[in-house]
Design a protein around this ligand. Sequence first.
Ligand SMILES: [Zn+2]
Length: 67
Amino acid sequence: MSINAKGIPTAECVNCGERWFLVPVVFDPDTYMPAMWGTNARCYSCKSPVTAPTPLDHPDYEPTIFD
Ligand SMILES: [Zn+2]
């Protein structure tokens, strides 16, 4: 069973606790590492719609001089 859990950024599915998400991603062509990602995501396990987090959503986030 899936639920619509969109709206609150989270690193774990609020429905089943899964940490694998399906997210749109852009890879850096030089490093092949993820360079950016979308927040419109789905849980890999239960397929619930979720909002993928960004560093700004972390509770301990503090702005730096680069922000
Ligand atoms: Zn889930």
